[in-house]
Design a protein around this ligand. Sequence first.
Ligand SMILES: C[S@@+](CC[C@H](N)C(=O)[O-])C[C@H]1O[C@@H](n2cnc3c(N)ncnc32)[C@H](O)[C@@H]1O
Length: 339
Amino acid sequence: MALNTGVMVEKEEANRTLRILFRKGLVRKDLKIIYNGTKVIIPVKSAESIVHATTVQADFEERKNRISPQDLISMELEKLRVSTTIHDNWIRFGDALVIKESIWKNPDKILLETVARKMGLKTIYLDRGIKSGCRRTPSVSRILGPGGEVTHRENGIIYTFDPEKVMFSPGNVNARISEGRRDYSGMIILDMFAGIGYFSLHIAKFSGNNTVFSCEINPDSYHFLNRNVDLNSLQDSVIPLLGDCRSVAPAIKADYILMGHFQCLDYLVTAILRSKIGTIINFHVLVPTDRLDRYHYEIQSHARSLGCVLDFMDQYVVKSFGPHMWHISVKMRVSNLLL
Ligand SMILES: C[S@@+](CC[C@H](N)C(=O)[O-])C[C@H]1O[C@@H](n2cnc3c(N)ncnc32)[C@H](O)[C@@H]1O
């Protein structure tokens, strides 16, 4: 029998004590709490800083498979006598992990190697944020392991990409899913800023039989867009086009136009020239809180100055984009063209 340290409290005090212990990072999540009549025994890492509590030794049952990677890493580091804080703020893509420099600062080698070993990773990247510029290339560098392409599965789509070369935003996942849930059967779709296929692939795979023209200016992203079209067997629906959408978008009249780029209003003429009455245009814009109630009038007025009348359809917040700033997806229908 292996005895471990626990804190024994009355049942009524259990929740409050647990909250305090959690806040102090003292709860052992690998062991189960013991409920015994009116007493509750909470397994703890150390009882030193717990005042007014009865410390006991008890035979706790192990919580099999319920240990988070973060705890596994902490335990391993404790064994190695390395004292450091583990953040669980990471994004996993297959056998690679991307951590944010703003949170992890300068992680040392032992920490990185432990994280990799415990999580079964090959490569760890440090993300310094998106570089500015229209191609939105990531400022990600490899800090452990061989690097290279990763494979990521998300809601039935397989993506492959190199995190050092192209961006992948997990925060937009709901936007991608919601696109895939709509019925675009028989439609001609123009994705003006396709990236590695975030929206194009969802629409081609889940929104009925349609044709998606996918423009991408960045050769690296275009390379992975093609790979992803093949990986998902969507060659009959998605047509990747390399170059600036203003020149490579074909002279079609699209039913649906996606503009997944915050500077999309600069490209409105291109969209309008590929529109007909009834075309739906999906804008992705950054809007400060104090303009949320009127930014769509600004889009409409800009479109009208270009000879296009847009009716507001719907909008939703994709995600918060820093203090008082929102990433908004808004759909408008072309109701008149005065060209
Ligand atoms: C922010 S990413 C958006 C990707 C995807 N639509 C999304 O919302 O997740 C913008 C993509 O548009 C591409 N891009 C930027 N300017 C472009 C242009 N003029 N023509 C075609 N693609 C462009 C960038 O290289 C990048 O891959």
